[in-house]
Design a protein around this ligand. Structure first.
Ligand code: TTP
Ligand code: MG
Length: 353
């Protein structure tokens, strides 16, 4: 059966909300994220508005780099309470447009519109949705429409900002062909580097490699790369997707090997993540610890418990073991530590372990 999927993603979400709250920022570069501290700041950029992107500033860039690219930009801290509140309001609007809706992140959602007869109707619906968000929230969003989540999302990315792009099934092949391989969601820097060594930089070139060869190079993920290059994606829209993980990170003011600093910060993260997880009614099964050393070298380790737990002592002892291992294996100063709990299940009352 033909599917029609719409993907919606708010433009420069955190930055747009800051601009809405401060109209004097309009037209100026705005960067939301860690404090730049005149170029000595240690965190990263959460997002930048499209003005700031002209300077090469983007999400996940070290804030010090962002500052050096554009010191005159307006740098703002993350105001998550505001973003969460508005995200909830936007998603209430989005959900009205289809009973099958997957909220994929704070600012993006997929709608299954397969009940409509054709793509023209879907396009009309997308225009209405964009309009309603603009009228109610004074915020712009971009929509992509395609035969599956993959094509719809790529369409959104190509239409940004404040755009709407419909890719009909018969157009998919030509639409994808000229795109760089990094435009395919899930093709990260490592995969792109390996393919680059084979002189493959765009999707058309990627399609020349057959499935067997891709599997030889990439193992299991070969199939998924093969399918992405052809716009194939059978994944369903998962309504009301549950929270998948809860975590927190801490970046030190200066890189450190001081155990008091490191374990002090880690203990605070442990308590806060544990409280947050139980507070949201979850127990956890997988514990992941992240440690970033000087030079941005980042290591992660995970431990999956035999059964779900909500026990703080187990969490502390398992995660501290992983952190200690990082510190023993690597003698460089530490820049960041973090903890994430996943494999969450609904906590049963009186379930103590
Ligand atoms: P995105 O939708 O990826 O980015 P964006 O909305 O800022 O810009 P656009 O969609 O127009 O390209 O992410 C949504 C929000 O999530 C973003 O505003 C800030 C936050 N975010 C981070 O905090 N860190 C990140 O690395 C990314 C990618 C996003
Ligand atoms: Mg966005």
């Amino acid at each position: 059966m033909q599917r029609i999927i719409l993907h919606l993603d708010m433009d420069a979400f955190f930055a747009q909300l800051e601009e809405r709250a401060n109209p004097q920022f309009k037209g100026k570069p705005v960067v939301v994220g860690a404090e730049p501290k005149a170029g000595r700041g240690r965190g990263v950029v959460s997002t930048a508005n499209y003005e700031a992107r002209k300077y090469g500033i983007h999400s996940a860039l070290p804030i010090s780099k962002a500052y050096s690219l554009c010191p005159e930009a307006i740098f703002l801290p993350v105001n998550m309470d505001l973003y969460l509140r508005v995200s909830g309001q936007i998603m209430e609007t989005v959900k009205k447009y289809s009973p099958i809706c997957q909220i994929a992140s704070l600012d993006e959602a997929y709608l299954d519109l397969s009940h409509l007869t054709d793509y023209a109707q879907a396009e009309t619906l997308a225009k209405k949705l964009k309009n309603e968000i603009l009228e109610k929230q004074k915020l712009t969003a971009t929509c992509g429409i395609g035969q599956n989540k993959l094509v719809a999302k790529i369409a959104t990315n190509q239409a940004k900002p404040n755009g709407l792009l419909v890719v009909r099934p018969e157009e998919v092949s030509d639409f994808l062909a000229p795109l760089g391989i990094r435009e395919l969601p899930g093709i990260g820097p490592k995969t792109a580097e390996i393919l680059g060594r084979l002189n493959i930089t765009n999707v058309l070139q990627l399609r020349k490699i057959d499935l067997v060869q891709l599997e030889n190079i990439f193992g299991k993920s070969g199939v998924s790369i093969y399918q992405k290059a052809r716009g194939i994606d059978d994944s369903p829209i998962l309504s009301d997707e549950p929270v998948k993980s809860i975590g927190q990170e801490h970046t030190f003011e200066t890189d450190t090997r001081d155990p008091e600093d490191i374990f002090g910060a880690f203990e605070r993260i442990l308590k806060s993540v544990h409280q947050d997880t139980l507070g949201q009614g979850f127990s956890f099964k997988t514990i992941t610890v992240v440690c970033r050393f000087r030079g941005f070298e980042t290591h992660t380790k995970s431990k999956t418990l035999g059964k779900s737990s909500s026990d703080f002592k187990i969490l502390r002892s398992e995660s501290t073991k992983m952190l200690l291992k990082f510190l023993m294996e690597n003698l460089k100063p530490v820049r960041l530590v973090g903890l994430r709990l996943s494999n969450l299940s609904n906590l049963k009352l009186n379930d103590k372990s």
